[in-house]
Design a protein around this ligand. Structure first.
Ligand code: NAD
Length: 358
């Protein structure tokens, strides 16, 4: 029986988790998935209860689970704590503890929300791309690193390194994802300057022999940034390292104009995953029934697809979300003021998705 760990976290976390959990319960019954769910503590809520942002019990249960669904962590209450005791540390620890090396961030713009983007509607309407980012290697983790030397003459340095196996395992995730989509993969590097990405490009080329149906292209990161805002619909799947992926995935997220809509997945080599919305805990709107639960609900859909081998259940959630948007329901963050829109709260938005699932 598959086990799912639910980590509501802080701020709007409990509100969006409640709606996502209701959706998960519903598809569990509808599709006879036999899923077991259990709530555990992370972030500020865990600090208040145990003194630790990621209690050992939570990590142990997460490691034994098939998938983890997370709301969000953090908030002003815990901002004064030392760095390694802050809620966000819980997130970094669980990612490392579960060896989640592959971060998948779709940027999908529903036609109904095209006017929410800061880009022209014709540039972004119908956008559907996936960024695959390596999450636990590269310059964020490379050694040596530090700041050395005498005051006034100090030198700061980091090391960007990837081994061939590290590149290969993220490459395979990206090629597999492209196979399940439109079979186009763009690998982003800086192979004209950085040796680490010369190796990256070589490995991607080598892997492409195993995926003859996927059209592989390469792009320098500076051009990729430009192309993402010039003509983002040219992309299907993009794969890149930790640093470039961090930046490009945020740029891609903003193309959709609405952070409350974006889910994400982080996977390890057993396809065990942590699923979470791309946004944070939004303390400014917490406890007011204003949060958009759709990013978390769509994270449930990703979880069903990538970790639980339930593509039909996953698709049914996506269809339900599309229906709800088409009916004009909007939380305040995605409202554009267009006629036919009806502003609702977090709870009512979750309720509408449940109704559409019937
Ligand atoms: P944020 O994403 O929480 O909020 C940015 C803005 O977007 C706010 O105005 C917020 O109201 C709005 N927003 C975010 N999610 C929304 C939703 N679902 N519906 C409607 N509006 C939404 O980012 P921030 O303000 O920079 O950070 C707040 C806290 O969250 C900080 O403590 C930060 O460390 C933490 N954080 C956590 C995560 C995570 O848990 N993965 C990620 C980013 C930030």
């Amino acid at each position: 029986m598959p086990n799912i760990v639910l980590l509501a976290g802080d701020g709007i976390g409990p509100e969006i988790m409640a709606e996502a959990a209701r959706v998960l319960d519903r598809v569990n019954v509808q599709f006879s998935l036999g899923l077991n769910t259990e709530h555990c503590l992370i972030g500020g809520a865990a600090i208040d209860a145990t003194g630790e942002p990621l209690p050992d019990e939570t990590l142990a249960k997460a490691k034994l689970s098939d998938a983890v669904l997370l709301g969000a962590v953090g908030g002003p209450k815990w901002d004064a704590l030392p760095m390694d005791k802050r809620p966000e540390k819980g997130l970094l620890k669980i990612r490392a503890g579960m060896d989640l090396f592959a971060n998948l961030r779709p940027a999908l713009l529903y036609p109904e929300l095209a006017s929410a983007s800061t880009l022209k509607e014709e540039v972004v309407s119908g956008l559907d791309l996936l960024i695959v980012r390596e999450l636990i290697g590269g310059i964020y983790f490379g050694e040596p690193r530090g700041i050395e030397g005498e005051l006034g003459q100090r030198v700061g340095f980091n090391t960007d390194r990837y081994s061939e196996p590290e590149i290969e395992r993220i490459g395979r995730i990206a090629f597999d994802a492209a196979m399940a989509r439109n079979k186009k993969l763009c690998s982003v590097d800086k192979a004209n300057v950085l040796e680490v990405t010369v190796l990256w490009r070589e490995v991607m080329e080598r892997l492409s022999h195993d995926y003859p149906d996927v059209e592989l292209s390469h792009m320098y990161v500076d051009n990729a940034a430009m192309q993402l805002v010039r003509a983002p619909k040219q992309f299907d799947v993009m794969v890149t390292g930790n640093l470039f992926g961090d930046i490009l995935s945020d740029a891609a997220a903003m193309l959709t104009g609405s952070i409350g809509m974006l889910p994400s997945a982080s996977l390890n080599s057993d396809k065990q995953g942590l699923y979470e919305p791309c946004h944070g805990s939004a303390p400014d709107i917490a406890g007011q029934d204003l949060a958009n639960p759709l990013a978390t609900i769509l994270s449930v859909s990703m979880m069903l697809l990538h970790s639980l081998n339930a593509p039909k259940a996953a698709a049914s959630i996506e269809t339900a979300v599309k229906q709800v948007l088409a009916s004009g329901l909007r939380t305040q963050d995605i409202a554009t003021g267009a006629s036919g829109e009806q502003i609702v709260g977090c709870r009512a938005m979750g309720e509408a998705v449940l109704k559409a699932l019937n």
